[in-house]
Design a protein around this ligand. Structure first.
Ligand code: KE4
Length: 415
């Protein structure tokens, strides 16, 4: 037993006995890279410490929320202050109004918003709302994009153009899957084959970051925007990762495009469970209690999660610094690490393949065994990357040039 992981290994045996798969979310189990996960004791700034005292420079940041770095004093203080006054009321509270102001100020397309407790819940609710608003059942998604684990979105891509799909997870009824059409990403021609008049909405990550990072081709999003608008279908931009990440107003600000509905999560909760969906007022007014589309949640808008989100968004300003830090890492990284490199803002990814990567199929040409070896090499050198080739790296405002130097040194040694 490696002494550096004694307590993690002990915890893992107990976790594996009591928790399904030993984890509360599959990617954490290290199945994508082999070995067993470390258990985090505490985190601060750009660092994680595991229960055996090992320290890591963290480029996962809890999968996106920790853009200010871990345990930012203003966020911690805001949560402590809120907790002193109670953890949940089940009534309207002032903090949910404040966070709604911050979200709608950043996203002009979000005229009204509703908070929920995860990105999955945000997407699931937005899909139901789109179906209720358009009175259509079919939805369109893109191969390799991930929108949380609600049934309609766990649907495998058929090959080639729009097909009636088969479930990508056990437990999803064929009756549900048949209403989800899946297209290959970045295939502009395929967009013309969709039976648009039957489609309630198209949902896409405007910056696909769940199969590694795969930027959309020029013209793809504008074409999707036009086709949905021309055919009475709604465009849902899933900005759970990109919202407040790539710009204050997310990909919609970056690409000057307006969604009909937007889903958010991660950063807006500052590490506490928050998701949100919002958009045109005429659509949002279809939601209970004003309209016929039901949606609800005991802990939606709870004061602690709102407090963490407010403190995070009020502190999050210096996108220029985020850009500088990520450019500094990636410009050198690309010279050291062989592969196909992608970066948008503070999101970055290296595919361990010599092919260009433009969609899920080409992403899958990556050598996941090589990635796994690199991942463990980096971990041994004190750098925690995503435990899967098909995720991305997240820079935070707490990372320093010293962190970047240490990371590049670790990469040289690991390779
Ligand atoms: P959550 O339900 O995990 O809060 O959000 C689902 C979701 C929705 N939309 C996008 C674009 C997302 O990236 C996610 C969740 N992202 C993954 C990481 N790639 C969460 C990590 C995990 O599943 O543990």
């Amino acid at each position: 037993m490696n002494p550096k992981h004694e307590y993690s290994d002990k915890l893992w045996r107990e976790a594996d006995r009591l928790l399904a798969g030993g984890v509360n979310s599959p990617v954490r189990a290290f199945r994508g890279v082999g070995g067993t996960p470390f258990f985090t004791q505490r985190a601060k700034g750009s660092r994680l410490w595991d229960v055996d005292g090992n320290e890591y420079i963290d480029y996962v940041g809890s999968w996106g929320p920790m853009i200010l770095g871990h345990a930012h004093p203003k966020v911690i203080r805001a949560v402590q202050e809120a907790a002193r006054d109670g953890t949940s009321f089940g009534t309207p509270n002032p903090r949910e109004v404040r966070l709604a102001q911050l979200v709608s100020e950043a996203f002009p397309s979000i005229e009204k918003v509703r908070f929920v407790n995860s990105g999955t819940e945000a997407v699931m609710s937005a899909i139901r709302l789109a179906r209720g608003f358009t009175k259509r059942d079919k939805i369109l998604k893109f191969e390799g994009c991930y929108h949380g684990h609600s049934d309609s979105l766990l649907v495998k891509a058929g090959s080639g153009a729009a097909t009636f799909d088969v479930p990508d997870s056990a437990g999803v009824p064929a009756d549900v899957a048949r209403n989800t059409l899946t297209l290959p990403l970045n295939d502009l021609g395929a967009l013309d084959q969709v039976p648009w008049r039957e489609v309630a909405c198209a949902i896409i990550e405007p910056i696909p970051a769940n199969m590694g990072l795969i930027p959309l081709k020029d013209g793809f999003l504008p074409k999707l925007r036009k086709l949905t608008a021309d055919n009475g279908a709604l465009l849902i931009l899933d900005e759970v990762i990109s919202g407040f990440r790539v710009a204050r107003g997310g990909a919609q600000e970056l690409f000057s495009i307006r969604a009909d509905l937007t889903t958010l999560g991660k950063i807006i909760g500052g590490g506490l469970p928050v998701g949100a969906f919002g958009g045109r007022a005429d659509i949002m007014d279809m939601l209970a209690p004003t309209g016929p589309v039901y949606q609800a949640g005991t802990l939606s808008g709870n004061p602690l999660a709102m407090a963490a989100g407010i403190a995070t968004l009020e502190e999050l300003k210096d996108y220029a610094k985020l850009e500088r830090l990520t450019a500094s890492l990636c410009s050198e990284w690309q010279k050291i690490v062989p592969g196909t490199h992608k970066r948008i803002g503070s999101l970055f990814c290296t595919f361990f393949t010599d092919r260009d990567v433009v969609d899920y199929a080409s992403a899958k040409t990556s050598d996941t065994k090589k990635y796994a070896k690199f991942f463990h090499g980096m971990l041994e050198h004190g750098v925690y990357l995503a435990p899967s080739q098909f995720e991305v790296g997240f820079m935070s405002l707490a990372h320093t040039e010293a962190d970047i130097e240490a990371t590049l040194r670790a990469a040289r040694e690991s390779l």
